[in-house]
Write a protein that binds this ligand. Structure first.
Ligand code: DAT
Ligand code: MG
Length: 149
């Protein structure tokens, strides 16, 4: 079933000039780009995005990180997009994420782990609505859909 997922390239990915490398992995997998923009996240947006982690010891540090520079916000869609995105990212802790995943190949930290990806279709819908206005998402046919889908 076609799904949408919110993928963020967090400020470490932009600062380390890994945005193109990471976007390429989502493209090559066959997902379709439905929205993309560069955002300097205000604290209020970061608070809403990471509301589930409020109260945890790393929460303030996480907000400081997400608001520390520009983030590339994207919506990718396609078959099982949520789990496909999570698998491309790898485990949260870069030291434990297997090689071949984005975090496994480029991250060593737990906090500075380059990417965010929605963890369920329900959260994807909530997160997409936080980061994008409806008219910022583009609907179109991909020409290779019958080969990839
Ligand atoms: P994920 O980003 O894999 O969905 P998560 O939702 O559990 O992971 O946590 C959100 C982010 O918070 C994660 O990308 C990095 C940070 N984080 C999670 N656990 C942490 C910890 N124990 N110490 C420091 N940062 C942590
Ligand atoms: Mg998460």
């Amino acid at each position: 079933m076609s799904q949408q997922t919110l993928i963020l390239l967090k400020p470490d990915a932009v600062q380390r000039r890994l945005a193109g490398e990471i976007i390429g992995r989502f493209e090559r997998k066959g997902l379709r780009l439905a929205g993309l923009k560069l955002v300097q996240a205000p604290r209020e947006l970061a608070e809403k995005h990471y509301a589930v982690h409020k109260g945890k010891p790393f929460y303030e540090s996480l907000l400081a990180f997400l608001t520390s520079g520009p983030t590339v916000a994207m919506v990718w869609e396609g078959r099982e997009a949520v789990v496909v995105g999570r698998n491309l990212m790898g485990l949260t802790d870069g030291a434990k994420a297997p090689p071949g995943t984005i975090r496994g190949d480029f991250a060593l930290s737990v906090q500075n782990n380059l990417v965010h990806g929605s963890d369920s279709p329900e959260n994807a819908a909530l997160e997409i609505a936080l980061w994008f206005a409806p008219n910022e998402l583009v609907k179109y046919e991909s020409v290779d859909g019958k080969w990839v889908g």
